[in-house]
Design a protein around this ligand. Structure first.
Ligand code: TEU
Length: 545
């Protein structure tokens, strides 16, 4: 069904390289997405977000764009992309594409020109600075390791790169550059896109270039002109397109900024991803550590944003996973046995899909795909993981200790090929896949999930249909419950005289529901056997009254 208000929609994220290969080169492609549109229609999602498919040397799998106007031949052609849009639209599915405009690949023609000389017309498209006494201009750290400035021998100046050395940060202070970006966005709107996901968009306005006590993010996160730039972009591009959906990826943003990014009257973006709830298994804020997740903190953060954003009139994007995160069933659920995997994957789905905001489902999540569990560094493909391996080795970590951490935290965990069936390579490709297929594909795959009416897939299908049918899930007020309870995730949604109660047991032990909670009402969804005052291990239930 086509939803009338974009706020009621559910988005499915596709990482094209790992979705479905139709050419037999070991990598997914656009035609592979077309092939699976009927499957996605059966699931019931409204939008597909495709991570970048533009021309790129693929050092960061497409987040290093070398030509915004061309499709990477590994993924197909522009005609293929057009056909994908037409075929998706024919099924009532819309397409959001990824726009990476904080940085480009150093192979982008703008950068090739920019580095040639200090007076090149493209010099100011990027951020160039002199060093300080033979050292980089500031001590900021790159998100992928090392100092964030790269010395370029041609002019003996440094360029800023908050990510990889091959991803140079664009200079948004330059109006000419901004206009080029708006032209490019308009090109893709005219091409037929229905929405955009903006990569690390709250980093585009750099404040000052000074040394930091930490890694420097206070100088470029939610910077001084970011709202002005987003408002300008909105007015010059998608602002007048009714129903056009945008989501900004906002690393380390604040609640207050998020409200301002998404309040309708400010004309910036429709919604925002923030990652605070996905840092609850970082020891002392550090990603490359091993720590059981802090359940109370997870609830605290999610509720703070749920209540805060809606009170402030903004809009959330809600998600457990994406191509940068480990698989949620392995992270906050339990993949130690088949029964627990299925039950906890459904529990996580139920917990998230009654929250307020736009839900995102990451490919494979709907069948409960697990982490990849690679056991040798040579099997890793992600640039962030291989850099981290290098840095941890230099810091004296043993190979085993590093692999143990990567098995929990590497971005490759969610980048393994979608498991379509139990044939060789999980039906993803006829060649050697670019990254290993998870070993459990014979048990966990789409074919199996579709054939089993009790599979995780049908829980997702039902949750999507419920959101489409019940306004309260979209518009209802959120009321957190049992915030300090060590096992139960509980909340209520309220609209007019109706309410929905959601209860989820995040542990492998049964748990009594405190007597303050009234569990009467009709069941909307239940992954367990009973509707009683005792929740079974990993049981989640939603009750309407
Ligand atoms: O990610 C930005 C980002 O900050 C992360 O989620 C990052 O991957 C994480 O901090 C690593 O620990 C976006 C893209 O989603 C990611 O795939 C790109 O690598 C990155 O931007 C650079 O474009």
């Amino acid at each position: 069904m086509a939803v009338t208000d974009w706020r009621k929609s559910v988005v499915y994220q596709i990482y094209p390289k790992s979705f479905k290969d139709t050419t037999g080169n070991g990598q997914g492609d656009i035609n592979g997405i077309i092939e699976k549109l009927d499957y996605l229609k059966t699931l019931g999602v409204d939008y597909l977000w495709l991570t970048p498919v533009y021309r790129s040397p693929m050092n960061d799998n497409g987040y290093d764009i070398s030509d915004y106007y061309e499709i990477n031949p590994d993924f197909g052609t522009k005609e293929d992309f057009k056909r994908l849009l037409d075929e998706a639209h024919a099924r009532g599915i819309k397409i959001m594409s990824d726009i990476v405009i904080n940085h480009t690949s150093t192979e982008h023609n703008w950068f090739v020109e920019s580095r040639k000389s200090k007076d090149n017309p493209y010099r100011d498209y990027y951020i160039w600075k002199d060093g300080k006494d033979g050292q980089p201009p500031t001590n900021w750290e790159s998100k992928f390791g090392g100092n964030a400035w790269q010395l370029d021998p041609v002019t003996n100046q440094y360029y800023l790169r908050l990510f990889d050395v091959t991803q140079a940060d664009l200079n948004w202070e330059n109006e000419k550059l901004r206009n080029e970006i708006y032209d490019m966005i308009n090109y893709w709107i005219d091409f037929g896109m229905d929405g955009f996901r903006f990569d690390v968009i709250n980093l585009i306005s750099k404040a000052e270039y000074k040394d930091s006590d930490k890694i420097g993010k206070e100088f470029y996160t939610d910077g001084p002109r970011v709202h002005e730039f987003l408002n300008e972009m909105n007015r010059n591009t998608f602002g007048d397109k009714e129903g056009f959906m945008t989501v900004g990826e906002m690393s380390s943003t604040t609640l207050e900024h998020c409200i301002n990014y998404t309040r309708e009257d400010r004309h910036e973006l429709s919604s925002v991803f923030n990652f605070h709830h996905l840092k609850v298994d970082y020891k002392d804020g550090e990603k490359w550590t091993k720590m059981p997740f802090d359940f109370i903190e997870l609830k605290r953060i999610l509720f703070e944003w749920q209540v805060g954003i809606s009170k402030g009139g903004g809009w959330n994007a809600i998600f457990w996973c994406n191509h940068d995160q480990p698989r949620v069933v392995s992270r906050f659920g339990d993949d130690s046995t088949e029964e627990r995997r299925v039950k906890s994957a459904k529990m996580l789905a139920i917990t998230l899909h009654f929250l307020q905001g736009t839900p995102y489902i990451y490919q494979g999540e709907e069948i409960g795909m697990t982490n990849l569990y690679l056991d040798d560094i040579s099997q890793y493909r992600d640039i962030e993981s291989t850099n981290a391996y290098q840095i941890m080795s230099e810091n004296g970590f043993t190979n085993d200790a590093i692999l143990d951490i990567l098995q929990d935290k590497s971005r490759d965990n969610s980048r393994s090929p979608v498991q379509w069936d139990d044939s060789e390579n999980a039906g993803f490709t006829t060649d050697t896949p670019w990254i290993d297929v998870a070993k459990n594909y014979k048990q966990i795959n789409v074919k199996q999930a579709l054939a089993d009416k009790n599979s995780v897939f049908y829980t997702y299908q039902k949750l999507i249909a419920l959101r489409h049918n019940l306004d309260i899930i979209t518009y209802g007020e959120v009321k957190p419950l049992l915030e300090e309870h060590p096992q139960i995730f509980a909340y209520e949604r309220k609209l007019d005289d109706k309410s929905i109660l959601v209860l989820a047991n995040f542990t492998d032990e049964p748990v009594d529901v405190p007597s303050s909670i009234d569990i009467e009402g009709s069941i909307l969804i239940n992954n367990g056997t009973y509707h009683s005052n005792v929740l079974e291990p990993y049981q989640a239930i939603s009750i309407l009254r």
